[in-house]
Design a protein around this ligand. Structure first.
Ligand code: HEC
Ligand code: HEC
Ligand code: HEC
Ligand code: HEC
Ligand code: HEC
Ligand code: HEC
Ligand code: HEC
Ligand code: HEC
Ligand code: HEC
Length: 413
């Protein structure tokens, strides 16, 4: 049964392929699938390519005549363009992708500005000036098995982009002639963003092109660095904009967020970034005696005070809970104190102690209450235990008294 079906399927497949080949002879694939090295291009490979799937052929990009089975297929007369050099790639791809009238026939929603954007990027500008090492379309997209970005196997799928860029940007030898670092990929792999994107599958976390753009690839200038982060971290950005650091950093030529958090290797923030210890970011610039130093110490004290207070409440409620007391209401309230703590850590970006204190105070008000409720629950438990103990004593007393009484009656009889 199974054998018959699969034989049938193979038969249908052979017929289909034969018919397709009879209609559209493609000598290019026939001949090139038998060649080796860079000349090796197979039917299976090209069938994965979006261009093949949309009905384009080898000749759409290379010219030539696929109906000829010998070398004349690649003759000048047949329109064959010869080898496509790296320098010619953007222009070739752009010849269709910059043509809205042509592209609309296939996919009206596809943008047609990739080539013009590319020309504004560092890659495009250097390429136009004759640099052949910068990225061209095929470095990022591949060739002959080129897939749309939404396909998880595409080189430009969000989960694969960092690796695609790293092929050049993490290769110190390849990049040796340029005066830029090659640690972006290594740093990025340690970052909160990589963890969110790759380990937790959170596609809202940024990869290289989210921050740098894909076709207009250029690092944001110092002025726009804060803007990159602010597209996602809106609250921190608003507070930073209104803080004393906004003007102070700008006049010192420093970027915003990146000055404290770095750009590629952003690690998970902690309260240790505040305060006056060696781990503090504030003491990079502020010294004992100035207002920033004092604010850094204050904020850390406030925040760790609330955290300790939440832990204390949590502990007493757990104690009450494990002795069977009902504390679900204070537990819910304690969650609000945790929210206040989260908010305080965002409010840090005002870089002023009193707004942080306001958040912390509203949290402390809750923890004072929940701790009281925990104490109340324990008192109630103790009260019930004492009550239980006393009734036990009373029962024992009655039982003993009864026995004595019965013994007395027996003696009397
Ligand atoms: C009969 C076999 C055969 C056919 C048919 C054929 N090719 Fe080739 N092709 C070759 C060989 C062999 C080479 C390498 C030698 C050379 O450059 O001539 C080559 C080279 C190429 C190159 C690289 C050019 C270079 O200078 O490095 C491209 C591109 C190419 N073929 C595309 C095509 C396309 C498109 C078609 C169909 C229109 C096609 N070929 C048909 C055999 C073939
Ligand atoms: C969407 C455009 C496009 C299509 C369709 C296409 N190619 Fe290519 N091909 C290119 C580009 C661009 C290059 C140059 C690759 C590079 O340098 O990045 C290339 C390179 C080649 C080479 C030369 C490899 C070398 O380095 O010398 C051969 C051979 C080739 N293609 C054959 C084919 C065959 C056969 C088909 C059809 C099965 C095909 N191509 C379809 C764009 C295309
Ligand atoms: C002969 C015209 C033509 C050439 C040359 C061409 N393309 Fe395309 N490309 C198309 C068409 C048509 C589609 C299908 C659009 C659709 O239906 O989504 C497409 C699709 C794509 C897609 C997928 C778009 C998506 O997300 O749906 C990418 C990426 C792409 N091409 C990149 C390239 C690159 C890189 C080159 C140069 C190596 C290139 N193209 C050369 C016509 C062309
Ligand atoms: C530095 C890497 C890089 C280079 C160079 C590059 N692309 Fe892209 N391209 C991307 C990325 C990343 C995406 C995916 C964007 C997304 O996720 O929507 C993309 C998407 C596309 C798409 C799909 C539609 C769209 O705009 O989202 C097309 C078509 C395309 N590129 C064509 C080109 C062409 C043509 C060139 C050369 C002129 C080129 N690309 C050069 C990285 C690159
Ligand atoms: C084929 C190799 C290659 C690939 C792939 C590549 N790049 Fe580049 N890139 C270069 C080279 C070479 C430069 C030029 C360096 C310079 O001018 O200092 C460059 C420059 C840049 C710059 C500007 C750096 C500066 O000088 O300030 C940025 C940003 C950049 N690339 C980002 C990316 C991103 C993001 C990707 C992946 C989507 C990528 N590149 C993929 C080779 C590549
Ligand atoms: C969260 C945003 C973000 C992500 C993700 C990101 N970058 Fe950057 N990148 C920046 C910023 C901001 C700068 C500017 C440097 C500065 O002013 O400190 C920069 C600078 C660069 C530069 C210029 C040289 C340098 O190191 O200063 C290159 C090249 C670069 N990035 C490549 C990459 C690559 C490759 C990836 C992915 C592995 C990547 N970036 C991921 C924000 C990002
Ligand atoms: C495309 C959106 C996006 C951009 C742009 C972006 N981030 Fe993020 N960021 C995220 C996401 C998503 C997370 C993961 C949040 C989580 O842990 O649930 C995150 C996490 C963080 C964290 C850790 C937060 C925590 O509570 O653990 C910091 C710090 C951070 N980003 C700073 C930055 C900085 C600085 C920039 C600019 C250089 C930036 N981000 C750019 C989306 C973005
Ligand atoms: C002057 C230094 C400094 C600057 C500038 C700065 N931050 Fe922060 N950021 C911190 C400190 C310190 C913390 C840790 C607060 C804590 O956990 O107690 C933090 C924490 C964070 C967090 C995690 C907040 C949380 O909920 O735990 C994010 C996200 C973040 N910053 C994003 C940004 C963004 C976006 C910018 C730019 C608009 C920025 N930061 C600018 C010092 C800074
Ligand atoms: C890159 C250097 C740098 C870092 C890091 C930095 N500051 Fe500042 N800060 C400045 C400069 C410059 C000013 C403006 C000049 C001044 O008043 O000292 C300033 C001003 C302040 C002010 C206002 C002082 C006043 O007189 O009104 C406070 C408060 C402050 N910073 C707190 C902090 C805290 C808290 C941190 C750590 C989370 C921090 N700063 C990290 C450079 C920095």
């Amino acid at each position: 049964m199974w054998r018959n079906r699969s034989l049938g399927a193979i038969f249908v497949l052979i017929i289909t392929v034969a018919l397709a080949q009879a209609q559209q002879p493609n000598s290019c694939v026939d001949c090139h699938s038998a060649l080796e090295g860079e000349l090796h291009v197979t039917q299976e490979q090209f069938a994965q390519d979006i261009h093949a799937q949309k009905g384009l052929t080898c000749a759409s990009c290379h010219g030539g005549d696929p109906s000829k089975t010998d070398d004349s297929a690649m003759s000048k007369a047949a329109g064959f363009k010869g080898k496509i050099e790296r320098a010619g790639v953007p222009k070739l791809c752009g010849s269709c992708h910059s043509d809205p009238a042509f592209m609309r026939q296939y996919n009206p929603s596809l943008r047609t500005d990739q080539f013009s954007q590319y020309q504004t990027s560092i890659h495009g500008k250097r390429q136009a000036a004759g640099d052949t090492k910068v990225a061209v379309c095929t470095d990022c997209h591949g060739v002959h098995d080129l897939r749309p970005a939404s396909d998880t196997r595409s080189k430009v799928h969000p989960l694969n982009i960092a690796t695609t860029c790293s092929r050049c940007h993490a290769d110190a030898e390849y990049m040796a002639t340029y005066k830029i670092p090659t640690n972006q990929f290594a740093d990025y792999k340690t970052s909160v963003h990589h963890e969110a994107l790759v380990e937790r599958g959170d596609l809202s976390a940024p990869t290289c092109t989210t921050c740098h753009g894909n076709h207009g690839a250029t690092p944001p200038g110092v002025g726009s660095v804060a803007n990159v982060c602010s597209t996602c971290h809106v609250f921190q950005a608003q507070l930073f904009e209104a803080s004393p650091h906004k003007a102070a950093f700008a006049s010192a030529g420093l970027p915003g967020c990146v000055t404290c958090h770095s750009n590629h290797g952003i690690s998970k923030p902690s309260d240790a970034m505040l305060g006056t210890s060696a781990h503090s970011v504030c003491t990079n610039c502020h010294t004992q005696g100035d207002a920033g130093y004092k604010a850094a110490g204050d904020m850390q004290q406030q925040i760790s005070g609330l955290e300790t207070s939440i832990v204390r409440s949590d502990r007493i409620l757990s104690q009450a809970e494990s002795s069977g007391m009902e504390v679900s209401q204070p537990r819910l309230e304690l969650d609000q104190a945790r929210d206040a703590l989260t908010k305080a850590r965002v409010t840090v970006h005002t870089f002023a102690a009193h707004p942080v204190r306001a958040d912390v105070d509203s949290g402390l008000k809750i923890t004072t209450k929940t701790y009281g409720e925990g104490e109340g629950a324990l008192r109630e438990r103790d009260y019930r235990r004492t009550g239980l103990g006393m009734s036990l004593v009373a029962i024992v007393f009655v039982v003993v008294a009864l026995r004595l009484y019965i013994k007395e009656i027996e003696k009397n009889q």
